[in-house]
Design a binder for this molecule. Structure first.
Ligand code: PMP
Length: 321
């Protein structure tokens, strides 16, 4: 993926960890934008929504989030994303104080207020600052929803040639060691480490194995392999069963491709005809290289990229805000 990674960050430069102060002041910063963010029940001016430095979510990772895309003014799969946000919070042992419908309404309200046709939506929920120990059972649960304009995620070159992945040294953890089904901020710690390592050595993103050594996913997208015209994808038993992944599997079935959810080991990579990844940020993105191995952007990937684009751009009835 490019520097414009929004499972991290769509504004180039913000992902740089060693930012010099003068360079930082010249950057487009996420805390300094025009517009509004929905925060704990109402839209507020973008620059005014702040959390205190003593917030449990910041210190102990009691924080869950979503990444959603707006196409032609509508959020793609809003219901699924909003439900996953509620589920992620429950997995981390807290309840977001808004219903599914309230979250959907707040999301639409924020999208409408920001006024972008194509955008990214970031709902985030976290434990507040009432308690600052490991135990924080009485803490207030906050919810914020931010929407910002989405510049083209990948360069035309990456979409034509495919992105370059580097095998990560970090592995997706055993479900007995982490709440792997939650889209929890804490699980992204090893993603950022892996992605930074990949970028530092000239790659776009990292390919992560799981704790058993099976292929899992990239740092923000699910993995697919094409061999002899059939599609293979790992069983999502220790990483997110992505909403895009499921949508693309539906498109593949509709085209009549045979689809296999199964264990995929890294030694199968040299025999693959095509590789692609899927995610809200990545959409359907071909992979052109994994370490020293090269792959063609083939007909199956191209067909699914086209189908996906058609699906997300299909006109839908405008839902009431
Ligand atoms: N895996 C990880 C680690 C992710 O961050 C994402 C993006 N949310 C995905 C997979 C793909 O999920 P989705 O298609 O629901 O965006």
């Amino acid at each position: 993926m490019t520097a414009n990674d929004t499972e991290g960050n769509p504004f180039a430069g913000n992902s740089n960890t060693a930012i010099h102060c003068s360079a930082r002041s010249a950057m487009l910063n996420f805390d300094d934008q025009d517009g509004q963010i929905w925060y704990d029940g109402a839209l507020r001016p973008w620059r005014d929504v702040r959390l205190h430095v003593l917030s449990h979510g910041l210190h102990y990772g009691s924080c869950v989030f979503e990444g959603e895309r707006v196409y032609n003014g509508s959020v793609f799969r809003l219901r699924e994303h909003s439900q996953r946000l509620l589920d992620s919070a429950n997995i981390l042992g807290f309840e977001i104080p808004y219903s599914l419908e309230e979250i959907e309404r707040a999301t639409r309200e924020t999208v409408a207020a920001q006024g972008y046709a194509d955008a990214y939506v970031r709902p985030v929920a976290w434990r507040g600052s009432e308690m600052m120990g490991v135990s924080a059972q009485q803490s207030f649960i906050h919810l914020a929803i931010a929407v910002w304009e989405w510049p083209s995620y990948f360069s035309p070159e990456a979409r034509t040639k495919g992105i370059k992945l580097k095998r990560a040294k970090w592995r997706r953890p055993d479900p007995q060691c982490a709440p792997v089904k939650a889209k929890a901020a804490g699980l992204y710690m090893i993603c950022t480490l892996s992605k930074h390592d990949a970028e530092t050595t000239g790659f776009d993103d990292a390919l992560m194995l799981d704790w058993r050594g099976q292929i899992a996913e990239t740092t923000g997208a699910n993995f697919f392999l094409v061999k002899d015209g059939e599609i293979h994808t790992p069983i999502p038993d220790c990483f997110l069963d992505g909403i895009t992944r499921r949508s693309v599997m539906g498109l593949a079935r509709a085209r009549g491709y045979r689809l296999h959810e199964r264990v995929i080991m890294p030694d199968e990579l040299p025999g693959a005809d095509e590789i692609f990844v899927t995610g809200t940020a990545a959409e359907v993105t071909p992979v052109g290289q994994i370490d020293d191995l090269r792959f063609q952007v083939g007909p199956v990937t191209r067909a699914l990229m086209e189908d996906f684009e058609k699906m997300v751009r299909a006109p839908v009835a405008a839902p009431a805000v």
